[in-house]
Design a protein around this ligand. Structure first.
Ligand code: 5GP
Length: 208
């Protein structure tokens, strides 16, 4: 159902690099067309096949720093040596249109978002094991050995913040992890504060 939401939800999905987060998020967005992905700004160079405006808004560090000064970002952070940020305007416009919004960001960004949007729904994706995390990271052929080593090293820090998230999903079997994500989305939309205002007549009839 692609209906605007009365109280749109803000979802955050974080994970260590290599946990399979982007594939899961893409599959979730296919199943849930009422959720829009916020496209981040980054100073990271594009990987092969990545497009400006579809995967990221790729910008130079100087331009990104200017955007920070101009107050462009709802949150921003340095991750694996590059700057990443979420545009306040993009998120505000989508929420204003009644669209649910999903942010694919790191734990630092998630902590900043919780300050301004305490009712956001945050999900942390874990890999099933360290060897599998490494295998998946190495499977991304476009990353250099140095990039892979840095991401593996940083994964411990990222994972140590899983405890700050509302939900944890272990991505061992892709279809099961996707189903869990869909269940979390459905649960978030079923919250009493969202449902009661939608059914005033039903409640009145049932109480009569
Ligand atoms: P990648 O370079 O693999 O696309 O992303 C590296 C890390 O940066 C991932 O953990 C990803 O979630 C995070 N990231 C991507 N966009 C943003 C953003 O806008 N803000 C923050 N804080 N992290 C981001």
């Amino acid at each position: 159902m692609n209906m605007p939401s009365l109280e749109p939800r803000l979802f955050i999905v974080a994970a260590p690099s290599g946990a399979g987060k982007s594939s899961l998020v893409n599959a979730l967005l296919q199943c849930e067309p009422a959720i829009s992905l916020s496209i981040s700004h980054t100073t990271r160079p594009p990987r092969v096949g990545e497009e400006y405006g579809r995967h990221y808004f790729f910008v130079e560090r100087g331009a990104f720093e200017q955007e920070i000064s101009d107050g462009v970002f709802l949150e921003h952070a340095e991750v694996h040596g590059n700057l990443y940020g979420t545009s306040s305007q993009t998120v505000g416009t989508l929420l204003g249109q009644g669209r649910d919004v999903l942010l694919e960001i790191d734990w630092q960004g998630a902590a900043q978002i919780r300050q301004n949007h305490p009712d956001c729904v945050s999900i942390f994706i874990l890999p099933p094991s360290r060897p599998e995390l490494e295998r998946r990271l190495r499977g991304r052929a476009s990353d250099s050995e140095e990039v892979i080593a840095r991401r593996l090293f940083n994964s411990r820090e990222e994972i140590s913040h899983a405890i700050e998230f509302d939900y944890i999903v272990v991505n061992d079997h892709f279809d099961e992890a996707l189903e869990q994500l869909r269940t979390i989305v459905a649960a978030a939309r079923s919250r009493q504060v969202l449902q009661l205002p939608r059914h005033p007549e039903l409640i009145q009839t049932l109480l009569a």
